[in-house]
Design a protein around this ligand. Structure first.
Ligand code: PEP
Ligand code: MN
Length: 378
């Protein structure tokens, strides 16, 4: 549908910069002082091309800091004047676009909680008709490629050609080391569907904390992303939103200085992203295994307590036979081998007995009972 809509690469938007086009600044503009101090530090990093700050913050629960609104745009335009950096902010309503234009905001971005909603994106598109301002469109919160493409198409239909996609990860119920799972396959498929679109990675919202930021930033560059959006704050610990994921400008500089620019062949990129998605899945499964085992042992301790109170022996062979029979049957049906299942269940059983015995020992004065005795007593 967008075949005749050549996107203008982000490095040709008129703000200079080269790959990786780098966007940084605080999650939220909190005060004039916080924004200006952050902007001055960030602007010393030569490779930063665009200053970001949220004026209206979409918060999950009411009562959280929702941004300072229009006055924050005044601070942003002051920061622009002081640093010479162009500035960008998030818009969610047509009125936000109007304010942004009033204060000379150079680039708009549509957030993940807006791109998820076609009604809202269409309203923004109507408000943008006839206005030539660059727009960056974050992926919707849920992993829905079509919805992301649809949001981009709606904005592109206004005639705007300076459009970029921002990959900020996808929310998920599964346990993950990430705040928002990267699902690398989705942004890569987006890039394949919309040739020429500039892809920006937002490691801050993917990670939710600062530790994995450099890994994700480097990974995005290795997948040939065009740019990065990294949140920075003059005093991250005191930030009113997303405190854990913001970098002090000095740490931002270190991260950027350590990035290596290399490009991979298209096939390598696809393979690498598939591998990474699978590794993320393994991480989640391992986390579930550990939590499930810990849960099982906690139940075993409760049983130990019950047995101790009621003077019941720890090892009850019929129960154990039944466990082994049913678990191995179910495991073999799921393509696990009998020898693995037997080893696994023996280990689990051993640990359960140990935990139950510890519990009983604690219940018995002086801890006279030990596991061997308990089993022998059976
Ligand atoms: C942000 O960039 O601070 C933000 C609110 O992002 P997202 O829409 O990705 O949650
Ligand atoms: Mn944020």
């Amino acid at each position: 549908m967008l075949e005749n809509h050549p996107f203008i690469p982000i490095v040709d938007w008129g703000f200079g910069g080269s790959r990786p086009f780098t966007i940084s600044g605080p999650c939220s503009a909190e005060s004039e002082k916080q924004l200006i101090e952050t902007a001055l530090e960030v602007s010393k990093i030569k490779s930063v091309n665009l200053l970001r700050a949220g004026a209206w913050k979409p918060r999950t629960r009411p009562g959280a800091f929702t941004g300072k609104g229009e006055v924050a745009l005044e601070w942003l335009s002051k920061a622009k004047e002081l640093t010479g950096l162009p500035v960008t902010t998030e818009v969610a309503y047509p009125a936000h676009i109007e304010s942004a234009l009033k204060y000379g905001i150079d680039v708009l971005w549509i957030g993940a909680r807006t791109s998820v909603n076609p009604f809202m994106v269409q309203e923004l598109a109507e408000a943008l008709k006839g206005i030539d301002i660059p727009v960056m469109i974050k992926n919707p919160v849920n992993p829905d490629l079509e919805l992301w493409i649809g949001a981009i198409e709606r904005i592109a239909q206004t005639g705007i050609r300076r459009i970029a996609a921002i990959h900020r990860g996808f929310s998920s119920y599964e346990n993950s080391v990430y705040r928002n799972k990267p699902n690398w396959e989705i942004p890569l498929e987006l890039r394949r569907s919309l040739p020429g679109i500039s892809m920006i990675c937002d490691p801050s919202h993917i990670c939710g904390s600062t530790e994995p930021l450099s890994y994700i930033s480097q990974f995005a560059l290795d997948l040939n992303y065009d740019g990065l959006m990294l949140e920075s704050h003059i005093d991250p610990g005191s930030a009113l939103s997303d405190a854990r994921q913001q970098l002090h400008p000095a740490d931002l500089k270190k991260l950027i200085d350590n990035l290596i620019l290399r490009s991979l062949e298209v096939n390598d990129v696809i393979q690498l992203s598939k591998l990474e998605d699978l590794r993320d899945e393994i991480d989640e499964v391992d986390d579930t295994i550990i939590k499930t085992l810990a849960h099982r042992m906690a139940i075993a301790r409760n049983i130990g307590e019950y047995k101790s109170l009621n003077n019941i022996t720890i090892l009850q062979p019929e129960r154990w036979d039944e466990i082994i029979r049913s678990r191995t049957r179910s495991g073999v049906e799921k393509d696990l081998t009998m020898s693995f299942l037997l080893k696994l269940y023996n280990l689990i059983h051993e640990e359960s007995i140990l935990q139950q015995t510890k519990m009983m020992n604690n219940k018995n004065a002086g801890g006279e009972l030990n596991s061997k005795k308990a089993i022998q007593n059976d």
